[in-house]
Design a protein around this ligand. Structure first.
Ligand SMILES: [Zn+2]
Length: 67
């Protein structure tokens, strides 16, 4: 006799909502990081070019022109 508990009903999603929420959070954080790396030209940081210089190599890795 087959184990009924091991068979997943068709209505059960393959990915749990918790995994989806976690993945969405990770995507948002990565987009925010990409925004900070790519688009800070002094508009975000008011302390000069500190943030720009901190992320300078990442900017070039992404192919964003800066100088
Ligand atoms: Zn540069």
């Amino acid at each position: 006799m087959p184990d009924i508990q091991a068979v997943r009903p068709l209505s059960t999603p393959a990915v749990s909502p918790r995994v989806l929420v976690t993945a969405a959070g990770v995507v948002v954080l990565l987009l925010l990081l990409a925004y900070l790396v790519a688009f800070d030209q002094g508009a975000i940081s008011q302390s000069g070019m500190y943030l720009h210089e901190l992320m300078h190599d990442g900017r070039h890795l992404l192919g964003v022109p800066c100088h």
